[in-house]
Design a binder for this molecule. Sequence first.
Ligand SMILES: C[S@@+](CC[C@H](N)C(=O)[O-])C[C@H]1O[C@@H](n2cnc3c(N)ncnc32)[C@H](O)[C@@H]1O
Length: 279
Amino acid sequence: MTKFKLILVLGGLLGQSQALLANSGYNRNFVGLLEMVYGVGYLSQGGWEDVKLLFDGVQLSGQKVLDVGCGVGGPALDLAREYNVQILGVDPESWIVMEAKNRLEAVKEPLRGRVSFALMPDPLSFMQFAPAEFDIIISKEAILHVPIESKLAYFKEVFRILKPGGSLIIKDWVCSRPFTDQTKQMMTDAGVPFNLISFDQYQELLGQAGFEKLQVFDETYQYIKYCDQNIQTVQDKKEDIIKKFGEKVFENTSVGGWNPYKQAFVNREIQVMKIVTRR
Ligand SMILES: C[S@@+](CC[C@H](N)C(=O)[O-])C[C@H]1O[C@@H](n2cnc3c(N)ncnc32)[C@H](O)[C@@H]1O
């Protein structure tokens, strides 16, 4: 067996065993609710509009792209449709990857041929990619879930599999001040792991992985607006939400919902950063 095949097999086995254990907290109900508010296929604020902003000015056409933490695949499908990219979306949550694959099945060629999805439970699974395999690597609001002790390993793998001169484009949340009790409660209630680091730590880890110069854009103000829009959307879709998820979910969403997030952004406890760097 060649070394490369052995790595593939090991990577696959590790992938399978850890996938069984993967529990990102993104269950079907939570994902269904997020899609109702952010748009079909989207699990992050701003939906497609925000993805377009993320790639404003980036030459995407014909590029080979990796989307880390792809969710149910809305961003990957829309990027392939709009910008003619070839894109692989990866996520550590097995049911989410299955869902993304099912949605891809419903898409017609030639679009279907430009998109794929795969289960990647951790940085070890990136070993199956050859060095310099991707032109662009993106990640939207997923690195915040990666355990703090694994972030450097992810960034190192991302550096290895990105082409020299290729871009890494990340939208992520960073912690900027100690969290209030309300923010801590909000993170517990969300039921997904929040593993936020400060921007200085981000810079340090990316630097250690090999990314030296960063362009950074603070987009927190935009997210305050998204929270207001989301609060409105929940009101507008009240009947649908109650029908699909029940009265209690509607109450939690409309009363508790996006207000604590907004407050955490307004207080600058959490900032939303767009980080662009090159290998
Ligand atoms: C907020 S959603 C964003 C999904 C997608 N990027 C989007 O914008 O619709 C976060 C995603 O990160 C994934 N995730 C959770 N833990 C992760 C990890 N350790 N590494 C990579 N992705 C992770 C979740 O399964 C989920 O699909």
